[in-house]
Design a protein around this ligand. Sequence first.
Ligand SMILES: NC(=O)c1ccc[n+]([C@@H]2O[C@H](COP(=O)([O-])OP(=O)(O)OC[C@H]3O[C@@H](n4cnc5c(N)ncnc54)[C@H](OP(=O)(O)O)[C@@H]3O)[C@@H](O)[C@H]2O)c1
Length: 235
Amino acid sequence: MTTTLITGANKGLGYETARRLVSAGHTVYIGSRDADRGRRAGEELGARTVLIDVTDDDSVAAAVKVVEADGGLDVLINNAGIEARTADGGVVGAGEETAESMRRLFETNVFGVVRVTHAFLPLLRRSAAPVVVNVSSSLGSLARVTAPDSPAHAYPGLAYPASKATVNMITVQYAKAFPAMRINAVEPGYTATDLNRRTGTQTVEQGAEIIVRMAQVGPDGPTGGYFDAEGPLPW
Ligand SMILES: NC(=O)c1ccc[n+]([C@@H]2O[C@H](COP(=O)([O-])OP(=O)(O)OC[C@H]3O[C@@H](n4cnc5c(N)ncnc54)[C@H](OP(=O)(O)O)[C@@H]3O)[C@@H](O)[C@H]2O)c1
């Protein structure tokens, strides 16, 4: 039996990933920072739930204890993420971004990934086939963001693309440090979720595809890579 934890799985891409991995036979933990939202999602999907706020050391440590007591972890999906939006829903542009609000975003999107991964490393090391999936974005691709013909080129924000470029680097460095694990970054594609006020052009079923696939790679699968549903992406 494969045991999988997905952070931020009470809705959006994390929820759809949980649904698919439950169907694939994984024992899934819905990670949620809100107990009620997590419990509801767990009941709907037939999954376990664990309270986890990726910005809070104590919350993450408590989640490790819960998962460890139930038998350990094979697959960690670092999915929880936020985007910098103005009060009226627009993307916070480079000219408006401040160190303080960028730090808040990094606390979730970047330090959250490190906090959770670091805390679960001892459990992952005990797994026979450990896997980590970091949910990145094509907005973290320097190649895409600098290519005038790419949709990513038009994105005006600063903090979110910087956070996902950092997630990509974190992925590569963890993958080199832990060659026995399969550790990859994935780009779901522009998907209609609360993150982007449902402006995304894909469904969550389409967006979750690469997350689900990379969660199921075997020991001979790729590691240290960056993929969308079509294949490898340029860094
Ligand atoms: N949607 C897209 O087009 C798109 C494209 C590329 C990449 N992504 C990435 O995909 C991932 C999932 O995003 P989504 O589109 O599914 O967004 P979403 O529907 O807004 O879901 C985000 C999830 O993250 C959780 N979360 C936020 N802060 C958290 C924290 N501090 N601790 C624990 N959980 C927290 C949210 O919980 P609450 O319900 O409590 O807020 C929610 O469950 C993100 O990493 C995002 O950057 C999305």
